[in-house]
Write a protein that binds this ligand. Structure first.
Ligand SMILES: Cc1ncc(COP(=O)(O)O)c(C=O)c1O
Ligand SMILES: [Zn+2]
Length: 407
């Protein structure tokens, strides 16, 4: 399994024992997991594995004993080579990383699964999360399998299906009358005072490790070639950072050769785009959005925890940040459905819309190789599109009547 060397402060570099800790005592910087990589890892170590989940990369994940893995078989999702969308966009090579087909229907099964496995490994007695919707179900499902009590803190205005799904797994759902940032504050205090492993707060160093498998899988599925552009939907920015960390680790252990051509695109919804705004005005400061207003509720994080690190990544990787409004998001959802047969929730619509905008603006080279991350399933957010879809006409079961309707 992964041999954890330390938890290392991203700011001052101080190293700590890998315990239940997430902030540097010296400078309050976030902590990242550092590993002792086994020398034996080669490309064929993974190519030859039959495990079709993200646990196929167990040497690079922060669990020391395989028996502690809590798996619901998430990951190793399709990297679908575009059949029609790329052509429509006049883009040479487009892949969709379709993470909407995970067991709880979003990429959050990756970070939640790793964090809850670590909770089991460190004998925590309860887990939970602060959520914009998808993490709720991912955490609740893994907690159910681990037989741990689970507490979800989320804004009360979520899509109801996301609440119903988390409740069905048996979680306690605290619907906070406020924003995600309010729910996050409550979860943080409750987690620390009651010793609950809040996966995306006090277990964050382990949690983010799950999302880096989105880089490992894309690299392996492309035969260890590195794409030119990644389009990544951004809320807190944790996933974007983790994907960058994933490519960097593969480079460090020699599984991929060169990441110098990799460019990272951050995609946010208009109405909650504090990172895009900072990037476009060349600021090194994020101005939080107090009241997010967007149909992309899963990305409605007004005060993104990893926002400054996303800005750093965009500069490091010659990237861009762009936002899409509600109409563009809906167009993106329908375009992906009608070209590739993939039904995404608004977060995926944001990715597609931003890809289109940057191509139109000439900021993405049409000869390049692009991977667009689609991270959540459309069935979780049908209310975002029902109003603009045609209402099916109700008709008596009479063949003549129906036949008259079909030209
Ligand atoms: C479907 C989906 N995509 C993307 C994100 C953004 O992830 P992050 O908050 O790590 O930036 C989220 C966050 O909840 C999400 O639910
Ligand atoms: Zn520090």
């Amino acid at each position: 399994m992964g041999i954890i060397k330390s938890l290392k402060c991203r700011e001052c570099g101080k190293e700590y024992e890998p315990l239940f800790r997430y902030i540097c005592e010296e400078c309050f910087g976030p902590l990242d997991v550092k590993y002792l990589y086994p020398d034996s890892i080669r490309r064929d170590t993974f190519d030859s594995r039959t495990d079709k989940t993200y646990w196929r990369y167990f040497e690079l994940l922060p669990i020391e004993d395989k028996d502690n893995i809590v798996s619901i078989n998430a990951g190793f999702t399709p990297l679908q080579k575009s059949i029609n969308l790329g052509k429509d966009l006049k883009l040479k090579t487009l892949y969709i990383k379709n993470d909407s087909v995970n067991p709880t229907f979003s990429f959050k099964d990756r970070p939640a699964g790793v964090a809850i496995s670590r909770a089991k490994e460190t004998n925590l007695k309860a887990v939970g999360c602060a959520s914009t919707g998808n993490l709720a179900s991912a955490t609740a499902a893994h907690a159910a399998v681990a037989k741990l009590p689970c507490y979800i803190f989320a804004p009360s205005n979520l899509e109801y299906v996301k609440i119903a799904q988390a409740l069905s797994y048996g979680a306690e759902f605290v619907a906070v009358d406020g924003t995600y940032d309010d729910a996050n504050r409550v979860a943080s205090v409750i987690g620390d005072s009651k010793g609950i492993g809040i996966v995306n707060i006090n277990m964050r160093p382990y949690y983010v490790e799950g999302s880096k498998t989105l880089a490992y899988e894309v690299a392996e599925q492309l035969n260890w070639e590195v794409p030119d552009y990644l389009i990544i939907p951004v809320g807190s920015g944790a996933m974007l950072n983790a994907i960058c960390k994933g490519f960097e680790e593969l480079n460090e252990i020699g599984l991929i050769k060169d990441i110098s051509h990799l460019k990272i695109i951050a995609a946010q919804p208009h109405g909650c785009s504090p990172i895009v705004d900072a990037f476009k005005s060349n600021r090194d400061e994020i101005f939080p959005v107090e009241k997010p207003d967007t149909i992309a509720k899963s990305l409605a994080i007004g005060d993104p925890g990893d926002g400054l690190y996303v800005l750093k990544r965009l500069r490091q990787y010659h990237g861009f940040a762009e936002s899409a409004n509600n109409k563009e998001i809906i167009d993106g959802i329908l375009k992906l459905c009608r070209t590739e047969g993939i039904f995404t929730e608004p977060a995926g619509g944001v990715s597609v819309a931003v890809l289109q905008k940057l191509l139109d603006a000439g900021k993405i080279d049409r000869d390049s190789n692009v991977v667009c991350y689609v991270t959540g399933n459309g069935l979780k957010s049908t209310e975002a599109i029902t109003e603009i879809l045609p209402k099916p006409s109700i008709i008596k079961p009479d063949v003549q009547l129906v036949s008259a309707m079909i030209r």
